[in-house]
Write a protein that binds this ligand. Structure first.
Ligand code: SAM
Ligand code: SF4
Length: 481
């Protein structure tokens, strides 16, 4: 069968990244090979996000760029999937006349069938049916990971919380958890294909399994912690209202669980939190932060914030800044509020002007930048355990190929590597070539790096050669010591 090329543009969160991965794997049997060259593609998929207005605008501006390509290559198939597809359905076909497919968040497993139909008979298809797709994706998730050491694993879909600003429950449907057996099997499969770190994904992982009467999320973490070959476990996102004492204890009980939690708070004002329907107060949130830090003193805490929620006063915003100063996050994501279809807050009065939202966003990010730099600077001189992800970005482009060097392969002396701390900080580092040979070093292992410089978004350090006994304790891949 002739090889065909698939180009995927993923716009959105980790869920979309996971879904894009599932899409490429599901199309392998149809002989679609991934390409990063848009012009070479026979099939272009835009996997979309509807969470904010800006993400949605990006989708349409990308689609606009494709009209010329389609004219030059009439056999080209173009599809839109994900949240915008779910939300807009047929309307996208009307707006983009050269589009062939619109498939929703629950239709990924049906995509190969859709593509086959289009290949056979030129037609346009919309599939935004809400079926239980979690069961169906099992079949495509355990294929080789092409040199990657880190993978996302969806443990649940959808959300039942209906925060008043949020579109997720409408475009991803109600909360459904996968069975622990299937999750464990998927992680084991990933380990066999070289994965060393998994990030468990869900909109509110803390309520994992409750509806279905499965095991709890902390119990699921304990099961994954037992899997041989996995070095690190991460998860996102955790809703503060459901962050239990058991989950806090999990940071002590599971040595593979990374010392990082993303705990979106959205606002520091109780008045705003109530209108957002977040179901916790500032005091309760701070209490949970204290508990986390008591159990795991060096845990890194990150968060999400929304600026300019309808009715947010200057005093409310001041409380948000004050919360950031109190918690001292390692980092945060902040967004200007935007009205979303179906979300309740869209109907709220007292909308904040775009200029004001922008100014608040800037103030918030400027404050956090100071805190992040201070925290990164405090790490200079310390030794950190880094899970090596491969050559640094700068290096990858200078080298013929990325990934694992072979033992004794000759590589430039100034080679730069990249990886992350357990607390999720990016560390770029190099080795002294005189003291270490490349064969000692493998992507997917945990190594010690002495931090020498701090920047806003990363750290710089030097690899420390360790005794073999210490290395084997980490459970990483073999070191030729
Ligand atoms: N489930 C997670 C939680 O409860 O925090 C977050 C999910 S959402 C995909 C990611 C972030 O997008 C949210 O934490 C929020 O800060 C932001 N967000 C969601 N809806 C938004 C809106 N209408 N306007 C601006 N930001 C929004
Ligand atoms: Fe959206 Fe709230 Fe659900 Fe998060 S918890 S996905 S913010 S509705």
């Amino acid at each position: 069968m002739k090889t065909k090329y698939l180009y995927i543009n993923t716009i959105g969160c980790q869920m979309n990244v996971y879904d894009s991965d599932q899409i490429s794997k599901s199309l392998l049997p149809l002989n679609y090979k991934a390409t990063e060259n848009l012009k070479k593609a026979d099939l272009i998929i835009v996997n979309t996000c509807a969470i904010r207005e800006k993400a949605e605008q990006k989708v349409f501006s990308f689609l606009g760029r494709l009209s010329g390509l389609k004219r030059k290559k009439p056999g080209l198939i173009i599809g839109v999937g994900g949240c915008v597809a779910q939300q807009e359905g047929k309307k996208i076909l009307e707006r983009v006349p050269y589009l062939d497919i619109v498939f929703g968040t629950h239709a990924i497993h049906r995509l190969p069938g859709i593509i086959e139909r289009i290949e056979l008979k030129k037609t346009r298809i919309v599939d935004i049916g809400m079926t239980d797709r979690i069961v169906e994706i099992e079949s495509v998730s355990n294929l080789p990971e092409n040199g990657k050491i880190s993978a996302f694993v969806t443990i649940m879909q959808g959300c039942d919380n209906f925060c008043t600003y949020c579109v997720v429950p409408y475009v991803r449907g109600r909360e459904t958890s996968r069975s622990p057996e299937k999750i464990v099997k998927e992680v084991e499969g990933l380990v066999n294909s070289g994965i060393r770190e998994v990030t468990l994904l869900g909109q509110n992982v803390n309520s994992y399994g409750k509806k279905e009467g499965l095991c709890s999320f902390p119990e699921l973490l304990a099961l994954i912690n037992e899997i041989d070959g996995i070095l690190r476990i991460r998860f996102t996102t955790s809703h503060p209202k459901d962050l239990s004492d058991d989950l806090i204890m999990a940071f002590k009980d599971n040595e593979k669980l990374c010392r990082h939690i993303h705990l979106p708070v959205q606002s520091g004002s109780d008045r705003v939190l109530k209108r957002m329907k977040r179901k916790y107060t500032r005091a309760l949130y701070l209490e949970k932060i204290d508990k986390l830090r008591n159990i795991c003193p060096d845990i890194s805490i990150t968060s999400d914030f929304i600026t300019g929620f309808p009715g947010e006063t200057k005093a409310d915003f001041k409380e948000t800044l004050d919360l950031i100063k109190t918690v001292e996050y390692e980092g945060l994501f902040a967004f200007k509020y935007s009205d979303r279809p179906n979300a309740k807050a869209t109907l709220f009065a007292q909308k904040i002007s775009d200029q004001e939202k922008k100014e608040r966003l800037k103030k918030l990010l400027d404050l956090q930048e100071i805190i992040t730099r201070k925290k990164n600077q405090a790490l200079v001189g310390s030794t950190q355990e880094i899970l090596v992800e491969g050559f640094s970005k700068k290096m990858s482009s200078a080298l013929p190929r990325a990934g694992k060097p072979k033992t004794n392969e000759s590589l430039p002396d100034n080679i730069q590597w990249t990886g992350r701390t357990s607390t999720n900080k990016i560390v770029n580092f190099n080795l002294e070539s005189s003291s270490v040979s490349c064969g000692e070093f493998f992507t997917g292992s945990i190594v010690n790096v002495k931090i020498e410089k701090a920047f806003s978004h990363s750290l710089w350090g030097k690899y420390l050669k360790l005794e073999p006994a210490t290395l084997s304790l980490k459970g990483g891949e073999s070191y030729a010591a």
